[in-house]
Write a protein that binds this ligand. Structure first.
Ligand code: NDP
Length: 266
């Protein structure tokens, strides 16, 4: 069983929701943390909440869509801790808008945050992981990375892209002892719908009832660490309906497509 004690874990989107819960879960295991998001004050709050020693948590505020900052950020982590053991690609933004209404720029933003930012950071840290012959990527996809649903076209596309990219990296990384665990959460109780983008890129600003009834973020984080410990390749964390939808798509796709068509979001 893998122990996370003293492992250096870099988490994006660590200022709230699932990322914050992952930070707390790794802190409990005695890991050392790098916390990234745009809101520095929230990262400071999470750092305090971990109760870890000052030197065990590096706050690295960054807009992950500024791809040219990724290399410098990776160098800061190495300068502080000397290594990166686990990279948690968690920063993400959802969507609430129809294809016919959504501006192209919104699609670009969704791809940049949810997909390209992970590529930029992965490329910056991969050489370090290869030279230390060890590394583990935790990729926070979604049930939306397995099925396409109404009003989420750009978000679904970005999450699907993660699977293609990180399945390749898992295969390429094998000889360097670099692992990939892809996580597909269903509804988790966080601010994701409040922060989702509408057709013109403004914040949706409403809490979805499905989200409100979702699994608590700390339970989601607990299951993520368990999956990483067991080197699971891909896991689903959700209610019966969301997880069943993934299997329906695999075995009875036409039935799933029909169900999705009828499932008009709030
Ligand atoms: P939150 O909205 O609570 O968290 C999103 C996090 O991403 C925040 O910490 C935010 O920090 C960060 N973030 C967003 N944009 C940027 C950016 N440009 N640069 C840096 N950081 C950014 O939602 P969740 O915790 O739910 O989302 C976390 C992940 O889980 C996402 O990838 C999401 O797609 C995924 N997910 C969530 C599900 C759910 O039901 N909640 C279901 C399936 C997947 P800040 O604003 O400070 O920059």
């Amino acid at each position: 069983m893998e122990t996370f004690k003293d492992k250096v874990v870099w988490i994006t989107g660590a200022s709230s929701g699932i990322g914050e819960a992952i930070a707390m879960a790794f802190a409990k295991e005695g890991a050392r943390l790098v916390l990234t998001a745009r809101r520095e004050d929230e990262l400071q709050r999470v750092k305090q909440a971990t109760g870890l020693a000052e030197a065990s948590v590096l706050i690295l505020p960054m807009d992950v869509t500024q791809f040219d900052k990724a290399q410098n950020a990776a160098e800061q982590v190495i300068a502080h801790f000397g290594r990166i053991d686990i990279m948690v690609h968690n920063a993400g933004v959802s969507q609430r808008s129809y294809v016919s209404d959504t501006e192209l720029d919104v699609y670009q933003q969704l791809m940049n945050v949810n997909f390209f930012s992970t590529v930029a950071i992965t490329k910056a840290i991969l050489p370090y992981m290869i030279s230390q012959k060890n590394g583990h990527f935790i990729v926070i996809s979604s049930v939306a990375g397995k099925i396409g649903t109404i009003m989420r076209s750009g978000y679904n596309a970005a999450k699907h892209a993660l699977h293609g990219f990180y399945d390749s990296l898992r295969a390429e990384g094998f000889e360097h002892n670099i692992k990939v665990t892809t996580i597909c959460p269903g509804y988790i109780r966080t601010s994701i719908s409040l922060n989702a983008l509408d057709a013109s890129g403004s914040k949706f600003g409403k809490m979805d009832s499905n989200q409100e009834k979702g699994i608590p973020a700390d339970e989601c984080a607990r299951r993520i660490l368990e999956a990483v410990r067991k080197d699971k390749k891909e896991i689903y964390i959700g209610g019966f309906k969301e997880v069943a939808a993934i299997y329906l798509k695999r075995f009875l796709p036409n039935l799933l497509f029909e169900q999705v068509r009828k499932n008009i979001p709030e």
